[in-house]
Design a protein around this ligand. Sequence first.
Ligand SMILES: [Zn+2]
Length: 199
Amino acid sequence: MYSSPIQNLIDEFNKLPGIGPKTSERFVFYLLKKPKEEVEKFIWAIKCLREKITLCSQCFNFSEKNPCFTCANPKRNHSMICVVAEPQDIAVLEKTKEYQGVYFVLGGLLNSIRGITPEKLRIKQLIKKISLRQPPVKEIILALNPNLEGESTVLYLTKLLKTREIKITRLAQGLPMGSELEYADEVTLSNALKGRREV
Ligand SMILES: [Zn+2]
């Protein structure tokens, strides 16, 4: 058993996604061997992250400003909304330099086994954003993960939005099934965006 300052930090690292107890231990001992200034830098970076980053109230992406740079940009096409599951997906789509519209972060994907029901996602907020019609939304691109959760979310949203006079499209096939958008390469994603089809 380690002394409590060591064990406490091991427990904190252990809470991070994809990090097990062994890796947590390695992190802690790595930090213990580092000069104090370097550890201070690390603490400072975490502190700044929580103090400076907020949620954009229009697209729900993390941002230093509200509205975020994309939502506040008059050069972006505000009648086109690309719906993504997580903020990280926006970063990959932006890298393709293909997309000129705005975004909307759902905050996850439907998953009945894990209890992620429509109420747990920002579906109400999405409907509200569309209903505002300022400007009127002409196209909604569903850029969701090509896996089971992504598919059921696409089905649910299509059914829900189909009655409105909005073109609903989804990314073209080409992204490997079962994969996550976050890890897609720019060329594949750019092609999937260009070849998007109506649902
Ligand atoms: Zn925004």
